[in-house]
Design a protein. Structure first.
Length: 572
């Protein structure tokens, strides 16, 4: 197939000692700059090579930001390639979700969408080339026998009794493997490297296995499939990738990739490894995330408690906040753990600038203003976003019956409680001063209603100073909504660090979701659509969930207003 390559004339090099548009240079940028200056490559071509066996998570966002962001910086191009070599675990659903997530992050691969399955025939011919060179052989050992004879870090492996089969016999057997003459698992094709190598990846690794499984693209055309370590490097080479950026677990695989490419004499990308993202209170293993989905511990891959990009999107995160986070955490060779609070801080900073302010009462308590005229409605002016003068203002209705937040009232207030209690006065946001005169309770003694009075001469101003300001919603005009409050999915900063015999799922947070079915919102939110984000004043940042239907809004809390990370930065 013909693969388009970037125009070298569009190559961008930064001025001496600088990198383009980046606050913090890192070692991968420096490697790329040196490669371009020295002419090792005529341009920059990167790729993001996900396996379509699950949804992308926040760790993949860091990889995408590097793979695609660096290509953009230096006037290069980037590929989205699905390394679809294991049909038993791959699904079209995952392919589609990955494309949606990458687009959401702001990257467009254009006509550069590829699949490892595009190269199955070429990979097969490469394998035959290695057999002819005496560098690969068909092995009859079972998967368990191969593991047993592989050796350990302190003990060399044992050569397969089939390692010295003649070339013609290996070619014949390999072709018959492809033709489907042998049962699954009965034979493999292995590279002939070094069973005594200190690097276990070089101890005659398996290149092909027999596997009768329907592939999501090639159907039943193949009954042998390439192993990831065989397909990955050659796919990079076929696509002309210049800088193959991988996480650190592939560092020990690099000598194998180099060996394959050198044996074949084909284009040699430069592989660079970096430390993957580890985030507190988060699990990054797709296998474990799939376990949570299948066991019903969460409501699917896009559950807002999940660290998947679809989960973050549904919760209300913005792609700009995630890209900012990826840039801030930097790139290093040493593994580390990033505090979840930094990710939340990046979202707050972004939404603080762009999100409209709205009033919403999540746990409503009825207030009747006894000296306010019955049937009267005033439309009061409220600022949409104090951080953005261009956002303008809106009109909110004020009437005799309001809802306030139940937590904003105490019948017997604790010390320094500056909100509403019997005899105390507070300011209603964008409105008047309000005094609590009487409390109405039910037969069990629970507070069900407040009887209050207002001062009509205190609209947004008053000579009397009060310490508390609370939000409210006009009962007559309120929009009912379900509001979902989320906490971390796990209670432990390192959920997988459990004692022997313990289950990591014991660290699941039983309070990770709190559903409030009777929230009351100001009427400007009545037509809000899924994906809309705003700040509920004094509550946090929220987004409309796709579960919303006509007449029933559902809002997810993306993040609270409290920002511990900002305080840490300020102290620092």
């Amino acid at each position: 197939m013909s693969i388009p390559h970037p125009d070298p004339d569009k190559l961008r090099l930064p001025p001496e000692g600088e990198t383009p548009g980046t606050p913090q240079p890192h070692f991968i940028r420096q490697i790329i700059i040196e490669d371009l200056k020295q002419g090792r490559f005529r341009g920059v071509i990167t790729r993001f090579p996900p396996e379509p066996n699950g949804y992308l998570h926040i760790g993949h966002a860091k990889a995408i930001h590097l793979d695609f962001g660096l290509a953009e910086e230096y006037g290069g191009s980037y590929n989205l390639r699905f390394d679809d070599t294991n049909p038993a675990k791959e699904e079209v659903e995952y392919v589609e979700s990955i494309q949606e997530d990458v687009r959401w992050l702001g990257f467009d691969w254009g006509d550069r969408l590829f699949y490892a399955s595009d190269y199955f025939e070429q990979l097969y011919q490469f394998a035959e080339d290695l057999i002819r060179k005496g560098a690969a052989y068909v092995c009859d050992l079972s998967a368990e026998q191969i593991r047993e004879t592989r050796g350990t870090l302190t003990r060399p492996g044992v050569e397969s009794p089939y390692r010295h089969r003649p070339v013609d016999e290996n070619l014949d057997l390999f072709r018959r493997m492809r033709a489907g003459e042998f049962p699954d698992g009965s034979r493999t094709l292995r590279a002939k490297i070094d069973m005594a190598s200190p690097n276990l990846n070089l101890r005659d690794p398996v290149m092909y296995r027999i596997l009768r499984a329907t592939h999501h693209r090639t159907g039943d055309a193949w009954c042998i499939y390439p192993m990831y370590d065989w397909a990955h490097g050659q796919s990079d080479s076929i696509e002309g990738i210049t800088h193959s950026i991988c996480t650190l677990e592939f560092e020990d695989h690099r000598p194998l990739y180099d060996w394959f490419i050198e044996q074949l004499g084909i284009h040699h990308p430069r592989q660079i490894e970096f430390a993957r993202l580890n985030l507190t209170y988060t699990v990054m293993s797709k296998r474990k995330l799939l376990e949570l989905v299948r066991e019903g511990r969460v409501h699917g891959w896009d559950d807002p408690r999940m660290p998947t990009l679809s989960g973050f999107r549904r919760r209300g995160y913005t792609p700009e906040a995630i890209r900012d986070f990826c840039e801030r955490i930097g790139v290093a060779k040493k593994e580390s753990v990033v505090d979840l609070q930094l990710l939340e801080h990046c979202l707050r900073e972004d939404l603080n600038r762009r999100a409209e302010r709205r009033m919403a009462v999540l746990r409503p308590l009825k207030v009747v203003i006894e000296n306010y005229p019955e049937g009267q409605v005033e439309w009061l002016e409220a600022v949409n976003n104090p951080e953005d003068p261009a956002a303008g203002t809106r009109q909110v209705p004020f009437s005799r019956v309001l809802y306030i937040e139940r937590d904003d009232f105490r019948e017997a207030p604790p010390p320094k409680f500056h909100r509403l209690y019997p005899g105390n006065e507070v300011r209603l946001r964008n409105a008047y001063l309000l005094r609590c005169d009487r409390v109405v309770t039910d037969e069990a003694g629970a507070v069900v209603e407040l009887r209050c009075s207002y001062d009509p001469d205190t609209l947004n101003a008053s000579p009397r100073k009060v310490k508390g300001t609370i939000h409210w919603v006009s009962a007559e005009h309120a929009v009912k909504a379900e509001v979902r409050l989320y906490e971390t999915l796990f209670t432990a900063p390192d959920p997988l660090n459990v004692p022997d015999g313990a289950d990591w799922k014991d660290n699941l947070n039983p309070h990770s979701l709190d559903v409030l079915p009777e929230a009351k919102l100001e009427p400007s939110l009545k037509e809000a659509k899924p994906g809309y984000r705003c700040q509920f004043e004094r509550q946090g940042y929220f987004a409309v969930d796709p579960d919303s239907k006509d007449g029933q809004l559902v809002f997810n809390r993306a993040v609270t207003l409290k920002d511990s990370w900002a305080k840490i930065e300020k102290r620092g």
